[in-house]
Write a protein that binds this ligand. Structure first.
Ligand code: I22
Ligand code: ZN
Length: 197
């Protein structure tokens, strides 16, 4: 396959993955939007975490809550747990890398808060531990995964919402994760700004 064919193949794969995701994720996305709105209306906050590209996604999402998405609205309470290098290095160094998010959830999480947990494999130990800590704090988890969900399947409860992208490649899963996060931002704004009234 030459380079141009390789490039075309990416677009074709991406379109196929998107079409399949639309069918599977429409309902859980609606549930996730309502869960986020409920937390916002109750004065709760949203925590988000992930590793590598998913860390970028977590902070991207939180920036759109605290700042704005497409239109002006009130600032929404959210914290990305992968952004404070002092916390990440101190907790990683003193306790272990698997505890970098767990410890922050234990410190900051309150009943009714939401944890947005992002892992393409579903297997990152620090994200799984954050989910367990969120449950212990009375929080609901919105999990973004792929590759059939991995260890997340066991970590999540029936009260949580699992957005599992039906694909096996990390890059494709990440591309769809950012779409899902933008869909959640759009849904939140549509309700807060009265698009459905
Ligand atoms: O962005 C990419 C690959 O596209 C990488 O940085 C990737 O996020 C890292 O390898 C992560 O450590 C993968 O973790 P996870 O998605 O399995 O939780
Ligand atoms: Zn990447």
């Amino acid at each position: 396959m030459d380079l141009k064919n390789r490039i075309s193949q990416h677009f074709e794969d991406s379109a196929e993955a998107l079409a399949l995701s639309t069918k599977i994720l429409q309902e859980p996305l609606a549930k996730a939007t309502f869960a986020l709105l409920q937390a916002i209306e109750q004065g709760n906050k949203i925590l988000a975490c992930g590793n590598g590209g998913s860390a970028a996604d977590a902070q991207h999402f939180i920036a759109e809550l605290v700042g704005r998405f497409e239109r002006d609205r009130i600032p929404l309470a959210g914290i990305a747990l992968n952004t404070d290098t002092s916390i990440l290095t101190a907790v990683g160094n003193d306790y272990g890398f698997d505890q970098i998010f767990e410890r922050q959830v234990q410190a900051l999480g309150m009943p009714g808060d939401i944890l947005v947990a992002i892992t393409t494999s579903g297997n990152s130990p620090n994200v799984i531990k954050a989910i367990e800590a969120a449950h212990a704090r009375g929080m609901t988890v919105i999990a973004l995964s792929g590759k059939k969900g991995g260890a997340m399947n066991e970590a999540l409860t029936s009260n949580d919402i699992h957005l599992c992208v039906p694909h096996d490649r990390t890059m494709r899963i990440q591309e769809i994760h950012i779409l899902l996060l933008h869909i959640l931002c759009d849904g939140i704004d549509a309700f807060l700004l009265g698009d459905f009234s």
